[in-house]
Design a binder for this molecule. Structure first.
Ligand code: GLN
Length: 275
């Protein structure tokens, strides 16, 4: 007989993080983590143990915990995620919080908000949840990602519009009062990518400079921003200065940068001129 405590100790010996192992086992047994820890002398059935070991093997091989549990919390929302979408990161909440501040300052009755490259729908859904009056549009070039975003929207009861297409192609001829994006921005030769091999590569890297998606987004910004509207972008820790220049080169003004909770420059924005 293997008890819960023994199974968790074995998981640690395999190099799986303690909290990850507890969350995986709690999900398998259909219990809360607190119950698991309070009853760790209970034996596991052979079936549960075999399933736990299979998941530990995947986790030890680098698969994100969120793909194994099928869920990830983002800005207070429980999102379903799978290998068709990037796992939402806490850093991206910085972008959502900035967007919510802009929306409060705009004080429009039904602001048009756009999330370019939405993936799981994290940004679009968090904005809609916190600012229900917003009319939120989310795009993605990946049909699989839009399926994930759509099912998250239905399950959470949040009404957002989904459009297929690469960057602005998905919303040709339309303007928005606020545009957000967390596009791929990791350079294709960045060694960091090796540790992210289970997530969609197209969601992580746009090409050799890491700036290719920003160029596409900045290039179409003036055509799609309402007068005075802000474009807010998430980026890598060393890309803020390049982003401020790029946005200015494409006619946007008032560039500003925000830091994430770790103190890294994480989001840069600028706005269209007032007329
Ligand atoms: N922040 C992510 C990472 O480096 C990358 C996200 C992105 O490319 N948009 O793990």
């Amino acid at each position: 007989m293997t008890t819960i405590a023994q199974a968790l100790a074995a998981a640690r010996r395999r190099g799986v993080d303690r909290l990850d192992a507890q969350l995986l086992l709690a999900q398998l047994l259909g219990c809360e983590r607190a119950w698991l820890l309070a009853h760790d002398d209970e034996p596991l059935t052979a079936g549960a143990l075999a399933q736990f070991e299979a998941r530990l093997a995947r986790r030890a091989a680098g698969e994100p915990l969120a793909y194994l549990t099928g869920t990830r919390e983002f800005h207070g929302l429980a999102l379903a995620v799978d290998a068709r979408v990037l796992v939402p990161r806490p850093d991206t909440e910085t972008l959502v919080d900035w967007a919510l501040e802009r929306l409060a300052a705009l004080a429009l009755p039904a602001p048009r908000v756009l999330d370019l490259g939405t993936g799981s729908g994290a940004i679009a859904l968090a904005v809609k949840q916190a600012h229900p009056a917003a009319r939120v549009t989310a795009t993605d070039a990946s049909a699989g990602a839009l399926e994930v975003a759509g099912s998250n929207a239905r399950r959470l009861g949040l009404d957002i519009e989904l459009c297929t297409g690469s960057w602005w192609q998905a919303v040709a001829g339309r303007r928005f009062d606020l545009v957000l994006s967390n596009p791929p921005y990791v350079r294709s030769d960045d060694p960091h990518l090796a540790g992210l091999s289970h997530e969609p590569r197209t969601a992580l890297t746009p090409g050799p400079t890491g700036l290719e998606a920003f160029e596409a987004i900045a290039g179409g910004a003036c055509e799609h921003l309402a007068p005075g509207a802000w474009l807010l972008l998430e980026h890598g820790w060393d890309q803020a200065a390049a982003l401020r220049l790029l946005l200015a080169r494409h006619g946007l003004t008032d560039p500003a940068t925000r830091r994430d909770l770790s103190g890294h420059e994480r989001c840069t924005g600028a706005r269209a001129s007032a007329q």
